[in-house]
Design a protein. Structure first.
Length: 72
């Protein structure tokens, strides 16, 4: 939350939680910006981060994103 922009906050959040499902509501809260989805697309492209969308499941009814690292 100490980062200066929504972009940096989202990037840092995924870096701190690699290979962990992150629900959309968490990104909305952490980023503090309205258009976090667009910012997430920018991060994927500029930073070459492998952030993947997963459709809803019983455990995650809203779906979620996961930053997949090669260290699986």
């Amino acid at each position: 939350m100490k980062e200066s922009s929504g972009y940096k906050k989202i990037k840092k959040y995924f870096q701190l939680l690699p290979n962990t499902m992150v629900e959309p509501i968490h990104l909305d809260i952490v980023s503090g910006i309205r258009d976090w989805e667009r910012t997430l697309r920018l991060i994927r492209g500029k930073e070459k981060m492998n952030i993947v969308w997963f459709y809803s499941t019983k455990e995650f009814p809203s779906g979620g994103y996961k930053y997949i690292t090669e260290d699986l």
